[in-house]
Every structure is written in C-alpha cells, then in structure tokens.
Design a protein around this ligand. Structure first.
Ligand SMILES: NC(=O)c1ccc[n+]([C@@H]2O[C@H](COP(=O)([O-])OP(=O)(O)OC[C@H]3O[C@@H](n4cnc5c(N)ncnc54)[C@H](OP(=O)(O)O)[C@@H]3O)[C@@H](O)[C@H]2O)c1
Length: 258
C-alpha cells in the first residue's frame, strides 16, 4: 500500500532509541523527511546517520529535552526552518519511573507531569499552527496500554497517560475542521533495548520474560516495528477519517472490550 508519505515532513520526539527510533525509521522508509530529538546528542546523531544511510532519506537530529519548553520551541522552529513546514508530529518521551502510590512525593509527580503530559501539550501547541498553514496534519501520541488497563507498579504512567488521552480526544474535536487528526497508540510490552535492560535487572531474564508474557495471548512481546507500522498508517492520507482513537498494539494483552 502506498501510504503517500513521500516528501512529507515528520517530527518524532524522543527517537534516538526504542519505539521512537522504530517510528522514525518506518516513516523514513516511506520517504518522509524526519526530524528526531533526544537528550544525548552523540547517540542521537548516530541514529540519524543510521536511519538516513539505510533509507536514503534526510533525517535531522536536534538535541532537545522534552521536559523543557525552550527546547520544544527550538525543536519545532528548527524542524520547520530545515524542511519548510510540518505535517506529522509523533509525541513520545522516556517513561516515568516505576513505583506504587507511596513511592512518590509531590516533586516526583511534578517531574512526571512535565515529562509525560506537558511535553505533549507543548509539542502540540508549537506544532499545530504549522499544520494549519499546510491545510492539515497528523498528531500521533505514543502512550501505553496502561490507559486501558493500569499496570502494576507504574502509578505515574497509569495516572498521567490518561490525561494525554483526554487531551487528544479534545484536540481531535477542535482540530477536525482543520483536517488535523489526533490519535493515541498504546504499546504493550515491546522488545526495546530499555525493556531488555529492565528484564535483566529483575533477575533471570528468561524467567522474567515468561512472567511478562504469560498474559499476552500471542505469547510474546511486540517488536517496535509492529507499533511503527500502525503509526505510519495513522500518519498517512489513508487514515484521514480516523481521529480521536486510542489503539493498543499489545498482542491481545488488554482484556477489556474497549
Ligand atoms: N518499550 C515498551 O515496552 C513500552 C510499552 C509501553 C509504553 N512505553 C513507553 O514508550 C516510551 C518509549 O519507550 P522506549 O521503550 O522506546 O524507551 P527507550 O528505549 O528508553 O527510548 C527512550 C528514548 O527517549 C529519549 N528520551 C528520554 N527522555 C527524554 C527527554 N526528557 N527528552 C527527550 N528525549 C528523551 C531517549 O534518549 P535520551 O535518553 O538520550 O534522551 C531515547 O531516545 C516511554 O514513555 C515508555 O514508557 C514503552
């Protein structure tokens, strides 16, 4: 299927590794010009080089910490300066730390709020005017299955990602007249380097992997590319009538109907 993404401009936040990197790779394979950001500049540059050399597409690395508004303003401004506009925004960030309710004081909640929620608000605020100028656009938020079924020991993620879903649904209504769609994708456990480190830190890696996958009907973790395929579709012209949705990519992990 030709997704019609060739020549479009995308910004994928937090994309030097893991899910963001897989999404940037997938969009670049479609011929989309992609800007990516992360905090560690040398890893970021390496990723940009890797993606552009495999896809023959321009990938623009911009160092940014998405908890800092000045960085976000610069990120969007530099992307538009380099590529002449913006069609697709993929919001993403590192995950908030694990823990239960009494593990976190106000300062930890505040940090997670800026990382998980305000980063999306600010990225959208800066990106939307540029999409309006183009006559349309796509916003895709990377969240987690925790918005459909809370995950044990991840209270910051469970609470704050639901705010992202509320924001996305409201924005979908506000932005539909401008032909800008807003959707949220929800990965279940995905086989990223970070996940591998987490599993290793928890003990015998195969035993921990079995524990994590026992409730997944497909019997395995997802590959980042399996999330990226959905993001690329939602970014495409084919998805023009899909907005305000919250779609999991989880091998059947979420047991509820909606
Ligand atoms: N992997 C999973 O199974 C899974 C499942 C559900 C949800 N998620 C969520 O999906 C998101 C991505 O997960 P992942 O597994 O891809 O993580 P990852 O492999 O650790 O990659 C995180 C990426 O985000 C960047 N990053 C982190 N904090 C940042 C910040 N403040 N500003 C800018 N960039 C930042 C990192 O680079 P720098 O460190 O250099 O900044 C890196 O490029 C997380 O929010 C995670 O909780 C993951």
């Amino acid at each position: 299927m030709d997704l019609g993404l060739s020549g479009k401009v995308a910004l994928v936040a937090a994309a030097s590794k893991g899910l963001g990197k897989a999404v940037a790779f997938r969009l670049a394979r479609e011929g989309t010009r992609v800007a990516i950001c992360a905090r560690d500049e040398s890893v970021l540059r390496g990723t940009a080089h890797e993606i552009s050399s495999h896809t023959n597409t321009e990938v623009f690395p911009i160092r940014a910490d998405v908890t800092r508004y000045d960085d976000i303003k610069n990120l969007i401004a530099e992307t538009v300066k380099r590529f002449g506009g913006l069609d697709v925004l993929v919001t993403n960030a590192g995950g908030p730390p694990p823990g239960n309710f009494f593990a976190f004081d106000d300062s930890a909640w505040e940090q997670a709020f800026y990382l998980t929620f305000m980063s999306v608000v600010r990225l959208c605020r800066e990106a939307i005017p540029h999409m309006q100028k183009r006559g349309g656009g796509r916003i895709i938020n990377i969240a987690s299955v925790s918005v459909k079924q809370p995950l044990n020991n991840l209270i910051l993620s469970n609470a704050l990602r639901l705010a992202v879903v509320g924001l996305a649904k409201s924005l979908a209504n506000e932005l539909a007249p401008f032909k800008i769609t807003v959707n949220t994708v929800c990965p279940g456990p995905m086989q990223t380097d970070r996940m591998e480190q987490l599993l290793r830190a928890m003990g015998d890696i195969e035993e921990v992997r079995r524990f994590w996958t026992k409730d997944i009907p497909m019997g395995r973790m997802g590959q980042p590319e399996e999330l990226a395929d959905l993001v690329a579709f939602l970014a495409s012209e084919n998805a023009r009538y899909i907005t305000g949705t919250v779609i999991q990519v989880d091998g059947g992990l979420v047991k509820g109907i909606f």
